[in-house]
Ligand binder design. Structure first.
Ligand SMILES: Cc1cc2nc3c(=O)[nH]c(=O)nc-3n(C[C@H](O)[C@H](O)[C@H](O)COP(=O)(O)OP(=O)(O)OC[C@H]3O[C@@H](n4cnc5c(N)ncnc54)[C@H](O)[C@@H]3O)c2cc1C
Length: 313
């Protein structure tokens, strides 16, 4: 497996700024994110406080970020990272697609997710609660699982899971129709219309039951076994919570937090050697230029760390 110098998790201004600086330093890097540029850039109406560009639309600014990154040879993969493990002097990253990645250093630039974890979610993480259907589906062969999908993209995960599990309950957290045969995301697990009839010969609707309700908590004893909804309780063997981003505390075991933010010093170093963080995820103010500036600092710190690592080896 290729071991990158640095993997950057997050494709907003923080992550892309870090990527550009690391390219200038001639480092072998990879950016993993959601789409090409963070929707917090592309969806902004008009931006007036980014130095050098007055009254720019979010769409135009996103295009400028992307074109700059591409001209510098930055590779951006559409991949959500569900876990980062420190393996001595390198890191191993688990992607939602099931792919594993390796790098000597990691920069976390995932932005903030204002959603709070459900009661019991963190307690049972790894004990019946998972963030990655592709990674953990084999554990639930023939069993009953619940998938909580934050966006329409996750319908593809429910279809994938129905190939493995005995029974799938799908809880959409979004408005609009759920149509398992019409998943247009760029999710590698998307299954197109003409394949749906082939799922073990079973009718998809019989294998995936859609329940619309508000999630309250996940309960259990040693292992999670019950999803508490506002109007009912569902017993199952596994509970998959699929959101666009994951709380940083749950992403990296052992990472020290400061409330909801990752604790860093002025060099954007976390408590784990070789792991850096920047942008909204390290604290307010939530601003593009602050995120980009911190991305630059984290890249310089990561480059220095790599140089020291090379001297030691
Ligand atoms: C509508 C709107 C308008 C705004 N207007 C302004 C403005 O005018 N001026 C200003 O200065 N700021 C503005 N902001 C704030 C600004 O958007 C943020 O401060 C900035 O985007 C933070 O950049 P970031 O790189 O830290 O994170 P983000 O831009 O949030 O990017 C993080 C990226 O990482 C991805 N990601 C998260 N978790 C994972 C994972 N596990 N694996 C892979 N990828 C992951 C996310 O999907 C996202 O694409 C606005 C925000 C919004 C929502």
């Amino acid at each position: 497996m290729e071991r990158f110098d640095v993997i950057i998790i997050g494709n907003g201004p923080a992550g892309l700024s870090a990527a550009i600086t690391l390219k200038i330093r001639n480092k072998n890097i990879l950016v993993l994110g959601n789409g090409e540029v963070s929707i917090k850039v592309s969806k902004a109406h008009e931006i007036n406080n980014y130095l050098g560009i007055k009254a720019v639309s979010g769409k135009d600014l996103a295009e400028k970020f992307l074109s700059h990154a591409k001209k510098m040879g930055v590779q951006i993969l559409d991949e959500r990272i569900s876990a980062v493990y420190k393996m001595g002097d390198y890191y191993s990253l688990q992607g939602k697609s099931g792919e594993m990645y390796e790098s000597k250093a990691v920069i976390i630039a995932t932005g903030v997710d204002f959603g709070k974890p459900y009661a019991g979610e963190e307690e049972f993480l790894g004990r019946g609660v998972s963030y990655c259907a592709t990674c953990d589906a084999p554990l639930y062969k023939g069993k009953k699982v619940v998938i909580i999908g934050a966006t329409k993209k996750e319908e593809g995960e429910a279809v994938f899971m129905s190939e493995v599990a005995g029974e799938v309950i799908y809880i959409p957290l979004y408005e609009g129709e759920v149509s398992f045969g019409d998943v247009n995301g760029d999710n590698p697990n998307d299954i197109k219309d003409d394949n749906l009839d082939d799922i073990k010969g079973d009718n998809l609707e019989n294998k995936i039951k859609v329940v619309r309700d508000k999630v309250v908590a996940i309960e259990g004893k040693f292992k999670a076994d019950t999803l508490v909804l506002e109007n009912e309780k569902i017993n199952a063997d596994g509970f998959f919570i699929l959101r666009d981003s994951i709380n940083a505390k749950n992403l990296v075991p052992g990472l020290v937090m400061d409330g909801n933010h990752i604790k860093v010093n002025r060099l954007m170093e976390t408590n784990l050697k070789g792991l850096f963080a920047c942008g909204d995820i390290v604290g307010v103010p939530y601003q593009y230029i602050k995120a980009a500036g911190e991305g630059n600092i984290s890249a310089i710190s990561a480059a220095k760390y790599l140089d020291e690592l090379n001297k030691m080896n």
